[in-house]
Design a protein around this ligand. Structure first.
Ligand SMILES: Cc1cc2nc3c(=O)[nH]c(=O)nc-3n(C[C@H](O)[C@H](O)[C@H](O)COP(=O)(O)OP(=O)(O)OC[C@H]3O[C@@H](n4cnc5c(N)ncnc54)[C@H](O)[C@@H]3O)c2cc1C
Length: 333
């Protein structure tokens, strides 16, 4: 192991994210995104973590170099602590670009680090490419999500956040091929935010769910318990369209789509959702889509494997009974 040299580098830096003692899968997605930009040997990863994490996994998943900053304080999502260390590392290694997951914590770190470094920040990228002039193009939706813009940043430091579940995880396959570089940890002056408790590991992110049951503006507040029962019967989580969030039926964390979350479940059940392009873009990675809509002409049916034309209130109860019975007998596993 060695310390960073401080030379100006041309490396691509992916910031790994860890939660509750485990490396989050967005880290492996960022490595996959970074690999499309990096020449051989030029893909680095930074891990800010408490002791005991399987850091080698990032090497196995494609990092040529792992900058490892190890300290117990990284167990908590202390933004000031993470930002100070990321900024110090970036000043030292001067990567071509730093990729950060567009998770809630990642977004906070990206904006804080960009402000401290005077970096150009492109948020919510759905793609990264090398342009004709060799510069990095950051692809993200623009103009009300109607077009994909290719953004080139000219500032000395560049940061891009990459949407969760946009890239496949980088697979394993690089036993012992990278190096681990231990980086000393810095401690920021006491910040303006004080953490009063540790967050809980409970509450599943809809992006991680295998089964998603989503409700749209075709539903009313009184239908949400039925939607939740359908999700329980299927062993899934509840999500929704932007309209359902705007109507106050579901929380913002449940929104699927361009301006919400991207999901990649095995099964996506869309109830009372019309199938607008901005919604489809968040769920088009689902393996199977089942739609329930009372309008036979609804666009969602053109993007579904199974369609049920009918009123959600009539269709959901027999579905719940059927799936609950299948789960009891083990037939639905
Ligand atoms: C910049 C921008 C970003 C956006 N981002 C997102 C995003 O991230 N996610 C997103 O979802 N949208 C997004 N939108 C909004 C998007 O364009 C649509 O307006 C939205 O997806 C529509 O939501 P919906 O399908 O729930 O509602 P509607 O389009 O109103 O559809 C309701 C559907 O319910 C059906 N229905 C009605 N009653 C029943 C019933 N009792 N039983 C069964 N079916 C019934 C109707 O036939 C209809 O098809 C965005 C828009 C913009 C401009």
């Amino acid at each position: 192991m060695r310390r960073p040299s401080g030379r100006a580098g041309g490396e691509i830096l992916a910031l790994a994210e860890q939660r509750f003692g485990a490396i989050h899968r967005i880290s492996y997605e960022l490595l996959a995104a970074g690999a499309t930009l990096a020449a051989r040997g030029g893909l680095s990863c930074a891990l800010l973590a408490p002791p005991g994490l399987p850091a080698d996994e990032l090497i196995r998943r494609g990092a040529d170099r792992l900058y490892y900053l190890e300290h117990g304080r990284f167990a908590l999502p202390e933004e000031d602590m993470h930002i100070a260390n990321l900024v110090a590392l970036m000043r030292r290694i001067r990567p071509r670009i730093c990729l950060i997951g567009a998770t809630e914590f990642g977004r906070a770190l990206a904006s804080g680090a960009a402000a401290a470094l005077g970096a150009g920040l492109t948020a919510d990228c759905v793609g990264l490419e090398i342009g004709e002039n060799g510069n990095i193009l950051q692809i993200r939706p623009a103009f009300n999500d109607h077009v994909l813009a290719a953004i080139e940043t000219v500032s000395a430091f560049r940061i891009a956040t990459v949407r969760y579940r946009e890239y496949e995880e980088m697979p394993r396959g690089r036993e012992g091929a990278g190096e681990i570089v231990r980086v000393p940890v810095v401690f920021p002056a006491e910040g303006r935010v004080r953490l009063v408790g540790a967050p809980s590991a409970e509450g599943k992110d809809i992006s991680d769910a295998e089964i998603v049951v989503a409700g749209g503006a075709g539903l009313e507040a009184r239908d949400i318990p039925l939607l939740e029962r359908l999700a329980v019967a299927l062993g899934g989580v509840v999500a929704g369209s932007r309209r359902s969030v705007e109507l106050g039926l579901l929380p913002p964390s449940a929104q699927v789509g361009y301006s919400g979350r991207r999901v990649k479940p095995r099964l996506y059940v869309a109830c009372g959702i019309s199938g607008a392009p901005q919604h489809l873009s968040g769920m088009n990675g689902a393996e199977y889509v089942v739609a329930v809509n009372k309008d036979a002409g609804a666009n969602i049916f053109r993007h579904s494997d199974f369609g049920i034309v009918g009123d959600f209130r009539d269709v959901a109860p027999p579905m719940i009974d059927m799936f609950a019975a299948a789960r009891r007998t083990g037939a639905g596993q």
